[in-house]
Design a protein. Sequence first.
Length: 102
Amino acid sequence: MKGATFTDTGGSWATRGVNFRHTNLRSAQLAGMDFTDCDFRHADLDGSDLRKASFKNCRLDKADLQNANLCGADLSGAKGLRSHQVASAKTDEETRLPAYLS
């Protein structure tokens, strides 16, 4: 992952500018991660634990979120996210969606 920056932010990890396009992240344990300017287009996140993760200015076009746990996740800054992607994932009242999906 050329140019990737991973930073320990005191109990959670932050990533900036990582290209996850077409990456297999099935069942990945990514709870609490802070993603900024990352590209998840066509990434396979099926069954991933994304609880309380945040996606600031991240592309999620055609990412597979089926069975992903998005409880408490902040997707308000995500781009390219579609309602069917969210519907196939587990969410709760704390999950924040982009304004265009609200």
